[in-house]
Ligand binder design. Structure first.
Ligand SMILES: Cc1cc2nc3c(=O)[nH]c(=O)nc-3n(C[C@H](O)[C@H](O)[C@H](O)COP(=O)(O)OP(=O)(O)OC[C@H]3O[C@@H](n4cnc5c(N)ncnc54)[C@H](O)[C@@H]3O)c2cc1C
Length: 492
């Protein structure tokens, strides 16, 4: 099947299909069936007509994913990272279908082999007794619906896979290379050692370091925030405290298996999420099931400032006292944890400098609460969308226009994801009472047996993994296709 003037055309099928647009302008799944008629052409990567020299600042998940997306299209990419060794802080991370689809398309699969877990379900549980109050089937349902897996993975494995793919695709990565200054007009960067590097485009994927403050300050000896953001937005927009922090920890799977009351949690690869009472506990297996990841979100007061591990562990147990006995048993197996203050960046109106030669992406542009598990996924989409927008430029003259389309598309998508993440915080943290009861009643169809289920509610849910509209928008989104659509419908 070939594409002619934005329409499908396929020999004998042409008469029936030729009026269908490849990418309609309105939200619809009605043309999804056409995918089955398309040849498997995704592995054939065409090089961009305009090959650029691109600098990426920051080798976090966002910077490395962007390096992969750009290098595979033939751009010359160099990543500068301030840390003197590469790595990721924290343990587990979810890789939802909207990012997994892109990463697998680029060839990350071979580097993830034996590292990822594909959970069967996300199970929402009542805080007090662990009763199942909501459930989304990820495998096989989500995989089939969104044409991509939902993975959970150790951050270190994910980061290493991206690094190796970036190198394989021809990107260069320089460590111990802290960027001290940007010149957005040339554009160029100046490193701490005084060296200046110029390029056609500079991509700042320098994160929101305030999020990682305590630990990063230890690692890299600084607590500054994205310097590029100030240049792009023209103002110093600091991230806001959310009043929440998260304990991040892993538990030895063998210890869980040894306790018959909690062994069930590692028997099936599920994401289990206890919610209520101003807090939540997100848990899932990582490292092919060899480790068990926990993120325990709780209110943080300005007085919680201890750095003593025994005191932090004690405080963590206090926060979840009175919760499901089984969860408390798992928490008692945590012997070390990181306490992570959670920040939110206010929506900013542009990620593109006026010069069109410096852009922001990832947490530096749109740090969000981790409650949709989409922060890194948005950074990966940013990179995918950028590479695709540049790919659609047929000459250097068109690059400006493509970057503006990228900017509008990404600002809307990421600010909506910031909002969805905050909404999850509210939905999950209701105190017991009328709102919590109404929420649980509205999710009941997900767990009730067929006879007692009120199917009139099916399709809408306060569980945003199950809610049909939200999940299609969130997980069904293809960042490359969306850029294609925006370019197709842009005014010439
Ligand atoms: C508790 C928690 C759970 C989360 N769970 C998920 C999840 O399940 N799924 C998901 O998709 N997301 C999740 N996230 C969000 C995700 O971790 C972040 O969105 C993502 O890691 C951001 O990547 P980044 O590359 O934009 O920034 P960073 O990871 O912060 O990387 C920025 C890099 O730039 C470097 N840098 C900064 N300044 C300079 C400079 N001047 N010169 C050179 N280098 C520089 C830094 O050293 C760093 O390596 C979670 C976040 C938290 C806190």
């Amino acid at each position: 099947m070939v594409k002619v003037n934005g329409h499908f055309c396929n020999g004998g099928l042409a008469s029936s299909l030729h009026q269908l647009p490849v990418l309609p302008s309105y939200p619809t799944n009605s043309l999804e069936f056409l995918r089955t008629l398309q040849p498997q052409a995704e592995n054939i990567v065409t090089q961009s007509a305009v090959a650029l020299n691109i600098i990426i600042v920051g080798a976090g998940l966002g910077g490395l994913a962007t390096a992969c997306a750009l290098a595979r299209r033939g751009h010359h990419v160099t990543v500068y990272e301030q840390a003197n060794q590469l790595g990721e802080v924290g343990a587990g991370i979810q890789m939802p279908p909207n990012s997994a689809r892109l990463l697998l398309r680029w060839g990350l699969g071979e580097f993830l082999q034996g590292k990822v877990v594909e959970p069967t379900s996300v199970k929402f549980r009542r805080w007090q007794n662990g009763a199942e109050i909501g459930c989304t089937r990820l495998f096989p349902d989500h995989r089939q619906k969104f044409n991509a897996p939902y993975y959970v993975v150790h951050r270190a494995h994910f980061h290493d896979a991206l690094y190796r793919l970036a190198l394989k695709l021809g990107a260069e990565v320089e460590i111990d290379a802290k960027v001290r200054e940007y010149d957005p007009e040339t554009p160029s960067i100046t490193l701490a050692n005084g060296r200046i590097h110029t390029a056609d485009l500079v991509v700042a994927a320098d994160g929101e370091q305030t999020l990682h403050s305590a630990l990063l300050m230890l690692i890299i000896g600084t607590g500054i925030k994205s310097i590029a953001r100030k240049l792009v937005v023209g103002d110093d927009i600091p991230p806001r405290k959310t009043g929440f922090a998260a304990y991040r920890a892993t538990v030895d799977v063998d210890k869980i298996k040894a306790d018959p009351d909690i062994a069930w949690i590692v028997e099936h690869p599920n994401i289990n999420l206890w919610i209520g009472n101003g807090r939540h506990a997100m848990t899932y297996p990582i490292a092919s099931g060899k480790s068990f990841n926990m993120v325990l979100s709780h209110p943080q007061s300005d007085n919680d400032s201890t750095n003593s591990l025994p005191e932090i562990l004690e405080e963590m147990r206090r926060h979840f006292k009175g919760w499901d006995e089984r969860l408390s048993r798992i928490i008692s197996l945590i012997h070390t944890t990181l306490k992570w203050p959670l920040y939110n960046l206010p929506r900013i109106s542009t990620y593109l400098h006026l010069s069109s030669k410096l852009i922001l992406l990832g947490d530096g542009a749109h740090a969000m609460l981790p409650y949709m598990s989409q922060g890194a996924a948005m950074a990966i989409e940013d990179g995918a969308a950028l590479a695709h927008a540049l790919h659609l430029a047929t000459s250097r003259k068109e690059i400006d226009k493509m970057l503006r389309i990228w900017d509008n598309t990404r600002v809307q998508r990421c600010s909506q994801m910031q909002e969805a993440s905050s909404i999850n915080g509210t939905l999950w943290h209701f105190q017991d009472g009328p709102e919590q009861e109404a929420r649980d009643a509205a999710m009941r169809w997900e767990v009730a047996d067929e006879e007692s289920s009120d199917l009139s509610q099916a399709g809408s849910s306060p569980n945003q993994w199950s809610d049909l509209l939200t999940s299609t928008w969130c997980f069904g989104y293809d960042a490359e296709q969306e850029i294609q659509r925006q370019v197709q419908f842009s005014v010439p």
